[in-house]
Design a protein around this ligand. Structure first.
Ligand code: DC
Length: 266
């Protein structure tokens, strides 16, 4: 296939040609009524949204690998922001200082890692962002409007640098990339999601109180769905998959099949 983004311009004229070609491809790709086919070799954004415990992250990562796309875990960015609040002892009700600190931290990813690792102040945060103290405050942190504005901006910037992307979160198809080529919304019953979290925690050698996890999941859903800014919603045009009775493997197969069915194979 033709890959305009790989053109290596060696003159101003060719640079312009490359730009025009890219713009043309983008405009073709952006009119789904006229062209409901696309190529996985071109810039393409696939969004995966849904509540916690649907296996979204794992599904998104594997789908990206199978399709040869990059993978963006936007929850990791909100978790990094929550960790910054903890480390700098900023109350999560102090919106302005917190947003300023997160801006200074210049949250980004180390793309040489698999999956890409989130960085704050140039430091890899690793598993620290998955610890209970971070999880406990991340939902209210993610509800801060100024912080969401910053994250949305950063996510679009990341997509401009990684234009062939599977991005995963709560607002990716609805707010951040409303023109995404393919949108998915993964769901599962709260009970099944609590079971999965408990299994994850035990596998990691941590204790898991399933009834408590269930209460936390229901509370986090309520908080994520009811916030004014970028609430968890099923984006318009999204393919909805109820993963309650599916293995992760089957969910990945299903998403891959749907993307390939929509894509013009090279
Ligand atoms: O997917 P996760 O559990 O790592 O997400 C952490 C928190 O961040 C969760 O409370 C939802 C929130 N979040 C969000 O509000 N918007 C996103 N795009 C991604 C995550």
């Amino acid at each position: 296939g033709i890959m305009p983004d790989t053109v290596q311009p060696d003159s101003v004229l060719e640079l312009d040609n490359a730009r025009v070609t890219r713009a043309l491809f983008r405009s073709l790709g952006n009119s789904p009524q006229a062209f409901n086919v696309f190529s996985l070799e071109q810039p393409i954004i696939i969004t995966i949204d849904g509540p916690a415990g649907t296996g979204k992250s794992s599904v998104a990562r594997h789908l990206a690998a199978r399709l040869g796309l990059d993978f963006l875990d936007t929850g990791a960015m909100y978790r990094a922001a929550a960790l910054i609040a903890i480390r700098q002892r900023i109350a999560i009700t102090d919106h302005e200082p917190l947003v300023a600190a997160v801006e200074r931290a210049d949250i980004r990813f180390d793309w040489s890692m698999d999956p890409p690792g989130v960085l704050a102040f140039g430091e890899t945060l690793g598993d620290r962002i998955r610890k209970p103290d971070v999880t406990a405050i991340v939902s209210p942190v993610a509800g801060i409007p100024g912080l969401r504005r910053l994250m949305v901006q950063r996510q679009r910037h990341i997509a401009s640098l990684h234009p062939r992307l599977v991005t995963e979160g709560r607002d990716q198809g609805s707010v951040v990339f409303p023109d995404a080529k393919v949108k998915f919304y993964l769901d599962a019953t709260p009970e099944e999601r609590a079971r999965r979290r408990a299994a994850q925690l035990s596998a990691a050698g941590m204790s898991a109180d399933e009834p408590r996890l269930l209460r936390e999941i229901i509370e986090r859903d309520r908080s994520d769905m009811s916030r004014a800014d970028g609430p968890l919603v099923c984006p318009e045009g999204a393919v909805v998959i109820d993963t309650s009775a599916m293995t992760i493997e089957r969910v990945i197969d299903e998403l891959e099949a749907r993307v390939r069915a929509k894509a013009r194979e090279p």
